[in-house]
Design a binder for this molecule. Structure first.
Ligand code: DAT
Ligand code: MG
Length: 143
């Protein structure tokens, strides 16, 4: 997900491009401003953290771009492409390492396990089916 700061800063294309160029397949995409209830459910594991309210206020402050990406090892790889939670600790070449300076404005969210990827897809996309399609270049990405 491109967070509200990423959308406001015009980084949507840059971020989508990194996942596309890596070789992952876009299966779902939508832009909208999340409701508080959705943000709280999404981040429920962090509900006892002191920054929880600020986090929910930030995520609900404007439109986000929610996406579903599919591919070989996509969850682990996406976390690497995204970089460390604190952008000042994130390696150059990662999204956060290249494009952000503070944890509270770290431009992008990525699921941390395949199970959470499924959970978050259901939460953010609901019953909207994510698209099943075969990219024509699939044989050039995976033998
Ligand atoms: P990640 O987004 O890298 O998966 P996380 O799941 O630990 O990180 O936390 C979710 C978000 O919460 C994170 O992107 C930004 C915010 N956050 C985490 N730790 C924080 C902290 N110490 N202070 C402020 N915000 C924090
Ligand atoms: Mg997380």
């Amino acid at each position: 997900m491109v967070k509200p700061d990423g959308v406001q800063r015009g980084l949507v294309g840059e971020i989508i491009g990194r996942f596309e160029r890596k070789g992952f397949t876009l299966r779902g995409l939508k832009l909208f401003t999340p409701k508080k209830q959705l943000a709280e459910e999404h981040y429920k594991d962090l509900s006892q953290k002191p920054f929880f309210k600020d986090l929910v206020d930030y995520i609900t402050s404007g439109p986000v771009v929610a996406m579903v990406w599919e591919g070989n090892g996509v969850v682990k790889s996406a976390r690497k492409l995204i970089g460390a939670t604190n952008p000042l600790e994130a390696e150059p070449g990662t999204i956060r390492g290249d494009l952000a300076v503070q944890t509270g404005r770290n431009v992008v969210h990525g699921s941390d396990s395949p199970e959470n990827g499924e959970r978050e897809t259901a939460l953010w996309f609901g019953s909207d089916a994510v698209e099943q399609w075969q990219p024509a270049l699939a044989p050039w990405l995976r033998e």
